[in-house]
Design a protein around this ligand. Structure first.
Ligand code: FAD
Length: 261
């Protein structure tokens, strides 16, 4: 709730839709009330962001291999390995970060992971004639609008349908109806639709840590709706765990084996 956010120190300001339109004229006449949340960030091009991270990894001496992983575990000498379409690979440490697809690998190692895909969709308006100034969560339609490079992205919907089935028409139609009603007077070139998988564990917490003290296999998945937001922090925590840097946090709620005990 907003009261809880306030209690936890989040800064926000409630204003009328009319006042907010002075900041963001694209929304003139669209909202009754807007809550302006301070100190938020956004990524203007998530694809470019991930590519830049991969480039940074390579520039720092890492080797990027794009391959399908078919199995992983620990060999007789205690070294982690994985089988892949590029052959068998072994390493001193292995980190499993396959999002919702991590579950079968964990289950093969005997670790229970109550995780499902919360499927979500986005609709992008390409080359719009103007852009919103800020990202906006449209509470009435339960979707988020983000101004991105060359497009406006409108993302939302939670659907349980697994990872194998393709996109459904119903959710995207619902999203399109809300988006077209919000931007009914905006010109843009075309739209693009996308289906993605949020890796959602039943307690909404990621699995972050070593799978057991005698295996050099670590996990970092299960960030549900907030993987882009939480990824950097989780990466830092995991690197501290692996390099045995002291961490001033209770990580027990994130234990990868918390459902197996
Ligand atoms: C519509 C929508 C909107 C969202 N909006 C936001 C947002 O605004 N902010 C936010 O923080 N988060 C958002 N999220 C959530 C975010 O996208 C996820 O939390 C995040 O992508 C999870 O990251 P991940 O790396 O764990 O998994 P993924 O991004 O799913 O990546 C897993 C990777 O593993 C690869 N993989 C899987 N199996 C194998 C295999 N066998 N071999 C090799 N590779 C494999 C996949 O190809 C994939 O590249 C949104 C999600 C959706 C669907």
């Amino acid at each position: 709730s907003w009261a809880l956010r306030k209690q936890m120190g989040f800064e926000f300001q409630v204003e009328s839709g009319e006042d907010y339109a002075k900041t963001d004229p694209l929304y003139a006449g669209k909202f009754h009330t807007v809550v302006r949340c301070k100190q938020h960030g956004m990524v203007s091009d998530p694809g470019a962001y991930v590519k830049a991270l991969a480039q940074h990894f390579e520039d720092s001496g890492g080797e990027l291999v794009l391959a399908d992983v078919t199995g992983l575990g620990q060999d007789n000498t205690g070294k982690p390995f994985l089988d892949s379409s590029s052959g068998k690979m072994s390493a001193d440490k292995l980190v499993l970060t396959a999002g919702v697809w991590s579950r079968p690998f964990m289950e093969k190692m005997g670790i229970k992971v109550p995780m499902e895909s919360e499927r979500g969709y986005h609709l992008e308006l390409k080359s719009p004639e103007s852009y919103p100034v800020n990202p906006m969560m449209v509470a009435s339609g339960k979707f988020a609008v983000t101004p991105m490079k060359g497009r406006i992205r409108c993302a939302g919907v939670v659907e349980f349908g697994g990872t194998k089935a393709g996109p459904e028409d119903g959710p995207i139609k619902m999203l399109r109806t809300h988006v077209e009603s919000l931007f009914n007077d905006l010109n843009y070139d075309e739209t693009e639709e996308w289906l993605g998988h949020r890796p959602a564990i039943t307690d909404s917490l990621p699995m972050l840590g070593q799978i057991s003290s005698d295996q050099e296999i670590y996990t970092a998945f299960g960030h549900q709706h907030l993987g882009l937001t939480g990824g950097a922090k989780s990466g830092k925590i995991l690197s501290d765990i692996i390099t045995q840097n002291p961490i001033n946090l209770d990580l027990s709620p994130y234990r990868p084996d918390r459902f197996s005990a």
